[in-house]
Ligand binder design. Structure first.
Ligand code: NDP
Length: 336
């Protein structure tokens, strides 16, 4: 069993030697346990935060442990009648080829027959899709005709947020890095306008948002933070809602970056709220049904970027920070 473990706490941007691929023999199964052959591992920006030793919504990954991750696999051996051999399961696991599960743990069975690919449970039908769905609808409460500004707009969460906002009758403006991604924002994800943030300082970003959203911004769905958030804050409408979903531009910075235009919350009587998908699993069935239906109706397009081999875990993870991932980043660790 090969495991991608955390050897050191990264100082800023993670380096290859912050991690170590270790091999261990599999333990003997106890009664009630089952052995999962992991297939697909979700690579998420949040994992960067779990590598630090600082207060968070989850404890830091202990040094020497496999890096925590949502994982999907099949039961290969079982001493638990609720998890028979061959059953697909998913849950909060780790970047490792095999995991041992038991009832009451994080792993639950999944009926993969309802989706075109099991990987969809890590993207549009999983935490990423549910983040977009509940973050936008519950916290953003989009109304027809409103303008929604999304950062990280070509990414796993952002690409879905833009499309859900469109379904709700909003005007959508997406911010992403590079001309290719910006073209995809419009052609693939239906954004009304796209802004390439690369090479733009905060004043240029602010002007670009003003041009793309001439009537102002009613909802910001924030995935990035820093200058990008600041530019949005200076374009708010009265009673705007700002959903802080992620701040990826800050995850590798050694100093907190923070937004400087918080004053605009007062000026516009706006609401800024943090969103965490962690508390939503009881409503996943509802969200996945809606997302699944929109996918079936051709109203939602989603992309998955699947790299292969646990030995490529570091390179695949770092694509999230260079922006070279094209859709939900997934690592297939199933090849022998
Ligand atoms: P993405 O698929 O969006 O991949 C990350 C993207 O972030 C990259 O492709 C890159 O796109 C962009 N990015 C990386 N570094 C920077 C930077 N310094 N400045 C600007 N953009 C950057 O990942 P996810 O969809 O999985 O996650 C998106 C956000 O949502 C993250 O902030 C994540 O933490 C958050 N999230 C929050 C959840 C919650 O419950 N609160 C749940 C899931 C995700 P580009 O090429 O455009 O730069």
């Amino acid at each position: 069993n090969r495991k991608f473990t955390l050897a050191k706490r990264p100082d800023g941007e993670p380096k290859p030697d912050d991690f170590k691929l270790v091999e261990e023999t599999l333990p003997e199964l106890q009664d009630g346990q089952f052995l999962v052959r992991n297939h697909y591992i979700s690579l998420d920006p949040a994992q960067r935060g779990w590598m630090d030793d600082r207060p968070s919504y989850m404890p830091p990954i202990p040094l020497g442990d496999a890096v925590r991750a949502s994982a999907m696999g099949r039961v290969q051996a079982s001493k638990n009648p609720d998890f028979p051999e061959g059953q697909w399961v998913m849950g909060l696991g780790a970047i490792e080829e095999y995991s041992v599960g038991q009832s009451g743990g994080f792993t639950f069975p999944v009926d993969v027959s309802v989706a075109p690919s099991p990987t969809n449970f890590l993207s549009v039908l999983g935490a990423v899709g549910m983040t977009a769905y509940f973050g936008l609808l519950d916290d953003g409460k989009p109304q027809e005709g409103e303008t929604v500004l999304v950062s990280g707009a070509a990414g796993a969460v952002g690409s879905l947020v833009g499309q859900i906002a469109k379904i709700k009758g909003c005007r959508t403006v997406g911010i992403a890095g590079g001309a290719d991604k910006c073209a995809r924002l419009v052609s693939d994800y239906g954004y009304d306008a796209a802004i390439d943030y690369r090479g733009k300082d905060v004043a240029a970003l602010e002007a670009a948002v003003r041009e793309a959203a001439p009537n102002g911004v009613d909802i910001i769905f924030e995935n990035v933070g820093g200058n990008i958030l600041d530019a949005g804050l200076n374009n708010l409408n009265e009673k705007a809602r700002i959903i802080i979903c992620g701040l990826i531009s800050e995850y590798n910075s050694k100093e907190p970056v923070g937004a400087r235009n918080i004053w605009q919350l007062i000026v516009k009587q706006a609401t800024m709220k943090g969103f965490l998908v962690r508390d939503y699993p009881p409503r996943f069935a509802e969200g996945a049904a809606a997302m699944g239906q929109w996918v079936a109706e051709g109203k939602i397009k989603f992309d998955e970027d699947i790299d292969v081999g646990i030995e490529n875990a570091y390179d695949a993870f770092m694509k999230l920070f260079s922006g070279s991932n094209q859709g939900k980043m997934i690592l297939d660790v199933s090849p022998a």
